[in-house]
Design a binder for this molecule. Structure first.
Ligand code: ATP
Ligand code: MG
Length: 215
C-alpha cells in the first residue's frame, strides 16, 4: 500500500462510509473535525454499494454518488475516495469495508471509522460486530437533534469507541433530496459543484415523499 510510517509513527486513516446521496457539508465538516482532533493523515470517503439499511427508497446510481463524493472532496489534499464498497457485489457491510481497506493499505495503518453517533449505538447489530473492534477505532459524531448519552455505548469496549461533538450542522441528504424535489435551493448546504452536478444529471427532481424513519 501507499501508507507507511509517517513522521515516525503509524499512518492514521479515517474512514467515512455513507450513502452520500448526495454528499453535503455535514459530512465534510464531520470528517474535517475528526481529522483535526484525532490527528489523522487522511480521511477516505467510501460510498456504499447497495445500502441495505435504506431498502425501500430509491437510491441514486452508485456512479453518481461516487462522482459527487469525488467532486466534493477533490480540493482537500487529505481527503480521498474509495470504490471498495461500490465495486464489491452485494450489500455493503462495514466489516467488509474495513477488511478491504486493510488489505489495500497494509497492516501498519491504523483505521478510524467515522459514523453518526445514532448509527454507532446500533453497531452490535451490524454483521461481523465481533470483528469490528479488532479492525478499527470507532468515532461516533453527534448530529443535531440526535443526542447520545454515555449509556447508549456502555455495551461497547470503551478503549475502542469515542464520541465527538462536531459543529452542529442540521443538514441531511434526505433534506437535500426533498428540497430539490420541491424546487427549494440547496446552495451552501452542499458544495457548489454538487449543486451543479445534481442539476446536470437531473437527480432528485421526482423526489416524492420520504419516510423520516429512513434517516
Ligand atoms: P440520509 O438522510 O439519506 O440518511 P445522511 O445525511 O444521513 O443521509 P449518509 O450518507 O447516510 O447521510 O451519512 C453518512 C455518515 O455521515 C453517517 O454516519 C451519518 O450519521 C453521518 N452524517 C450525516 N449527516 C451528518 C451531519 N450533518 N453531521 C455529522 N454527521 C453526519
Ligand atoms: Mg443517514
Amino acid at each position: 500500500g501507499l501508507a507507511r510510517v509517517h513522521n515516525g509513527r503509524r499512518y492514521r486513516l479515517g474512514v467515512m462510509g455513507g450513502t452520500f446521496d448526495p454528499i453535503h457539508h455535514g459530512h465534510l465538516v464531520a470528517a474535517s473535525e475528526v481529522a483535526a482532533r484525532f490527528d489523522l493523515d487522511e480521511v477516505v470517503f467510501v460510498p456504499t454499494g447497495v445500502p441495505w439499511q435504506k431498502k425501500g427508497r430509491k437510491v441514486s446510481q452508485a456512479e453518481d454518488r461516487y462522482l459527487m463524493t469525488v467532486i466534493a472532496t477533490a480540493s482537500n489534499p487529505s481527503f480521498s475516495v474509495s470504490r471498495v464498497d461500490i465495486d464489491r457485489r452485494g450489500d455493503t457491510y462495514t466489516v467488509d469495508t474495513l477488511k478491504d481497506l486493510r488489505r489495500e493499505r497494509g497492516s501498519d495503518v491504523d483505521l478510524f471509522f467515522i459514523t453518526g453517533a445514532d448509527a454507532l449505538s446500533h453497531i452490535l447489530s451490524w454483521r461481523g460486530a465481533e470483528e469490528l473492534f479488532d479492525l478499527a477505532h470507532f468515532i461516533g459524531v453527534s448530529r443535531p437533534g440526535v443526542p447520545l448519552g454515555a449509556k447508549d455505548i456502555s455495551h461497547l469496549p470503551a478503549e475502542k469507541v469515542t464520541l465527538l461533538e462536531v459543529p452542529a450542522m442540521a443538514i441531511s441528504s434526505t433534506d437535500c433530496r426533498q428540497r430539490v424535489g420541491e424546487n427549494m435551493p440547496i446552495w451552501y448546504l452542499v458544495p457548489d459543484g454538487i449543486v451543479q452536478y445534481i442539476n446536470k444529471r437531473g437527480l432528485y427532481r421526482d423526489n416524492i415523499t420520504t419516510n423520516p424513519e429512513d434517516h
